[in-house]
Unconditional design. Structure first.
Length: 305
């Protein structure tokens, strides 16, 4: 199945970007668009709990440095490749060390709250926005893509609430924030008047969480998002940690949402001993503003089909 999946992927690369060239010294590195971009493809079967396991060779990642490049994660029966911009994760890889075999051990988790990339020694990152060919398109045809907009705290809350609504969840946003939500890029949605019963011990914390997705018709909290626009990332992690320690069987997906410049800060903070000891490091992801916007665009397109 690996060969079939990879052959299909390479055929699509060729059809979209013309002749592809394999780089010397690697079975998985290619140049596309007359050298405009480098593509590193990795394949895995889907294992239990919707996990896929990958080894990213340090020597291959070094050949991506200084180039417009993506890492494409492949698996069987995949509709679209998962194409991760290398530039956004280069510092993350530099923050940790590869295993004894020279590979960075990575996993993809396919979850209802968004696909996640796990990099051993660094943490988890929401990568739901990277399905498809847009990331490679933007490298090969950069003139077709405009500048990345600046987002406000309220805009990100609005987009996260909209995504949750489209996915069929009830949505909680603090009452004081609701008047600031903007509907220029999202359809208006209703927010829960109250939080579900059963969380009174942490109710004062939950009420201030920026966005919560709640399983419709139940009391189950599926995902909690803290938008750290200007406040320290550490403060959001502490709130999540308090909830996790007081209600350890809750097991939602916790996400710190911030701009890309704060990704390295997240890696430093989530790997503090206190969060490793509590297990929060295995439950919390980093979610970047632009990825939220891209995911929302894809969800709206899927909704209209």
């Amino acid at each position: 199945m690996a060969n079939v999946t990879k052959e299909s992927f390479l055929k699509n690369l060729s059809q979209r970007y013309g002749t592809i060239r394999k780089l010397d010294g690697s079975l998985s590195l290619y140049e596309v668009g007359d050298g405009a971009a480098r593509v590193y493809s990795r394949y895995s079967k889907i294992h239990s709990k919707n996990q896929a396991f990958y080894g990213l060779r340090e020597e291959d990642l070094r050949k991506l440095e200084g180039h417009a490049a993506v890492i494409c994660f492949l698996w069987e029966d995949q509709k679209e490749p998962l194409s991760i911009p290398f530039s956004e994760y280069e510092d993350v890889f530099h923050s940790t060390t590869p295993a004894g075999d020279g590979q960075y051990k990575s996993q993809i988790y396919l979850k209802g709250s968004g696909a996640e990339l796990y990099i051993a020694g660094a943490g988890r990152f929401n990568v739901e926005a990277y399905f498809g060919w847009n990331e490679i398109d933007s490298l090969v045809y950069p003139s077709q893509y405009g500048p990345i907009p600046d987002f406000t705290h309220s805009q990100i809350q609005t987009l996260l609430g909209s995504i949750g609504t489209i996915k069929g969840y009830d949505v909680w946003i603090p009452h004081n924030d609701r008047s600031k939500l903007g509907w220029a890029s999202a359809n208006e949605f209703a927010c829960c008047d109250t939080l579900p019963h059963g969380y009174e011990s942490v109710g004062h914390i939950l009420q201030e969480i920026d966005v919560i997705w709640i399983e419709r018709g139940s009391t189950h909290l599926r995902a909690l998002f803290e938008v750290e626009h200007s406040t320290p990332i550490y403060s959001g992690l502490l709130r999540f940690n308090d909830i996790h320690l007081v209600v350890p069987n809750l097991h939602p997906r916790y996400s710190i949402v911030a701009n890309d410049a704060r990704r390295a800060a997240f890696v430093r903070q989530i790997n503090r001993p206190t969060f490793r000891a509590s297990g929060l490091d295995d439950l919390c992801t980093f979610f970047e503003y632009v990825d939220v916007a891209k995911w929302h665009i894809r969800m709206k397109k899927d909704e209209q089909k």
